[in-house]
Design a protein around this ligand. Structure first.
Ligand SMILES: *Cc1c(COP(=O)(O)O)cnc(C)c1O
Length: 410
């Protein structure tokens, strides 16, 4: 165990509760794939994958084959889907560790087919459809030739068809509407080709909390398939923001919404209200006070003296720096929680430490816990607070918490 006094506490019980609540939004129409890529959004795959499996996750979503191998070692039961696909040389690991792989290009199927044939096994594949994001996925034009690879003599087994909804947080839902229409067309081509994959999956956290699981499920059912949604962020207790934000009460009658085909979209769905009440943040990021000093007026603090004490001040050194993923852009612009109060950062964040102004907070001592992200004494710093202060999104805030930061289950 590291003694580096900068760590995150992971409430695995909250993660399990979040999974069960999210599953209740999907059930009985659809299943959930718990997305645990990128070390479970920085929350620790080792702690989080077994927790969601305990809570009933039948599928885990990871980005890479390496992550898939790690997830399989932790969880023998659930399906593990490698969502960014296998690269050349990785097919053998997919087969050996019973992973399923997303594919949308012929060379990816070559890799999987070759290694599966050598091992005398079949390999489950989820074909991704590009429904408009231009990231991963096969176009509808090229889908037919890709599907022809799944002939009876091939070790490739079409287990799923999927797409990624890239604007599900846009409250008017128009982009999603168009994407689902393309997905429907693609799925028709799959069944027309005589293939009958088990799963159709689409939709991440915003789709699920907006109460759209039933729609995905209806699409799947029309083609004799089971539906799945793939939440990530919401599992960790953070609800994506919708744009524009939904009206919590009565539907708005603005000219914008009357132009939209579904003006009732502006009203917050019940599932979103329920999610706000039920989802709990899983992670608290902490460090400790390493020292306290009093400085006279005029003292400069940190690299290049960007902070100058305007009066005699008490400063606390904390044991977290940018090498821990504590974003350097927060220097002089953000506060941490010390003894349940906000302590503003004074000066630049260093690689391994930072300084906060505790002049107004009595009794601060070396060893005191400091909260970088999370709750302390009724005060709270959210992933959105970090994201807003650094011009990014909560997903990046979590995944930037460094490998040096110990993850502990609480
Ligand atoms: C990351 C990812 C998800 C999960 O997205 P969230 O917004 O975190 O819920 C779902 N599907 C795919 C393909 C992803 O890459």
């Amino acid at each position: 165990m590291t003694t580096h006094p900068c760590w995150v506490e992971i409430r695995t019980r909250s993660l399990e509760d979040n999974f069960r609540f999210l599953l209740s939004l999907a059930a009985p129409h659809a299943e959930l794939m718990a997305v645990v890529k990128a070390n479970a959004y920085g929350h620790s795959l080792e702690l989080c994958a077994p927790a969601v499996a305990r809570a009933g996750a039948k599928w885990l979503g990871v980005a890479t084959v390496e992550e898939g191998v790690a997830a399989r070692a932790l969880c023998p039961e659930p399906g593990v889907l490698v969502m960014c696909g296998a690269f050349p040389g990785q097919g053998a690991a997919v087969v050996e560790h019973r992973l399923s792989a997303v594919a949308w290009q012929p060379w990816q199927l070559d890799e999987l087919e070759g290694t599966a044939r050598m091992a005398g096994k079949t390999v489950p594949v989820h074909v991704e459809i590009d429904t408009g994001m231009s990231r991963q996925g096969v176009s509808l034009d090229e889908l037919g030739s890709l599907l022809a690879r799944f002939h009876p003599g091939s070790p490739l087994r079409l287990e799923g068809v999927m797409t990624h909804l890239f604007a599900a947080d846009e409250a008017d839902g128009r982009v999603t509407e168009a994407q689902l229409a393309l997905l429907e067309e693609a799925t028709g081509k799959v069944t027309d080709a005589g293939l009958n994959p088990e799963w159709l999956h689409a939709g991440s956290s915003p789709t699920l909390v907006a109460g759209e699981a039933e729609r995905i499920a209806a699409l799947a059912a029309r083609h004799g398939m089971k539906a799945m949604l793939r939440p990530g962020l919401a599992l960790y207790g953070v609800i994506p923001q919708f744009d524009p934000q939904f009206e919590p009460s009565k539907p708005s009658k603005s000219s914008e919404s009357s132009k939209s085909s579904k003006s009732s979209k502006s009203q917050e769905p019940a599932s979103l209200t329920a999610a706000r009440a039920r989802l709990q943040p899983v992670l608290t990021w902490k460090t400790r006070v390493a020292g306290v000093r009093t400085v006279p007026a005029g003292a400069v603090v940190g690299y290049n003296g960007t902070f100058v004490a305007t009066e005699p001040m008490r400063l606390a050194l904390v044991a977290a720096g940018y090498a821990d993923g504590f974003d350097r852009r927060l220097g002089n612009h953000f506060s941490l929680l010390v003894r349940g109060q906000r302590a503003p950062l004074a000066g630049r964040i260093s690689m391994d430490s930072a300084v906060v102004d505790v002049t107004e907070i009595p009794g601060v001592e070396p060893g005191d816990e400091v909260v970088i992200l999370g709750e302390q004494g009724g005060e709270c710093i959210t992933a959105f607070d970090h994201a807003e202060a650094t011009g990014t999104i909560p997903w990046e805030v979590f995944t930037r918490i460094g490998p040096r930061v110990l993850r502990v289950a609480v």
